[in-house]
Design a binder for this molecule. Structure first.
Ligand SMILES: [Zn+2]
Length: 131
């Protein structure tokens, strides 16, 4: 269900941006690794809504790896750098906040860290020539 809400938010934001820059030709939708989204479902909604709100604008879905930064030692890492079971990985995808229960700094073992990248959804626009 929340794919609908996300698609809606994307469309609204695109609509707003098109008002100030009508030359947007393409939008790159960057999904954070810590965002649980069914991409096929999201595409269905986008395909339904894009034509109406933003005819002629293409979209592309991209992914962004999550990056963590330790607040104690400053070390930066990604989920590829830590050993997690499939179950733990799945839990993190469903409940991103659970990451703090499963992941600690691989260098100093602290659970005091922040998510630098890979949370939420970002839009990147490509602007075309004035037609
Ligand atoms: Zn650390």
């Amino acid at each position: 269900m929340h794919e609908w809400a996300i698609a809606n938010a994307i469309i609204r934001e695109l609509e707003r941006s098109l008002r100030s820059s009508p030359n947007i030709r393409k939008v790159r939708i960057v999904l954070g690794e810590l965002q649980n989204i069914d991409e096929a479902v999201l595409r269905q909604y986008l395909d339904m809504m894009m034509g109406e709100v933003a005819p002629g604008v293409e979209y592309e879905i991209d992914h962004e790896e999550a990056v963590f930064e330790c607040l104690r030692c400053g070390h930066r890492w990604t989920l590829r750098d830590v050993n997690l079971s499939d179950e733990e990985r799945e839990a993190i995808h469903f409940v991103p906040e659970a990451v703090h229960a499963y992941v600690k700094c691989p260098k100093c073992g602290s659970r005091d860290y922040r998510v630098v990248k890979g949370r939420g959804v970002r839009l990147v626009y490509e602007v075309g020539e004035n037609a």
